[in-house]
Design a binder for this molecule. Structure first.
Ligand code: ZN
Length: 75
């Protein structure tokens, strides 16, 4: 089994993670894989479950619950 020869420094680890974050952020901001949902018509990422209705490939995968905004606290 391959074993790392040296312990990777914190700086190296953080640098790697920072580049990963930048790459992911650019991917999400670019929205190159944006599609239209077949069932509700909302914009969604390709090969992902629709966040608006929870459908994927014509079947319900997740149940989307609309959370009520708390406006006042009852004792
Ligand atoms: Zn949808």
């Amino acid at each position: 089994m391959a074993v790392p020869k040296k312990k990777s420094s914190k700086a190296r680890t953080h640098r790697r993670f920072a580049s990963f974050v930048t790459r992911k952020r650019n991917q999400l901001e670019g929205r190159t894989h944006l599609m239209v949902c077949d069932s509700c018509g909302a914009a969604k990422l390709a090969h992902h479950v629709c966040a608006a209705c929870g459908m994927y490939k014509g079947r319900q995968v997740i149940t989307v619950t609309k959370t009520k905004k708390v406006t006042k606290i009852e004792a």
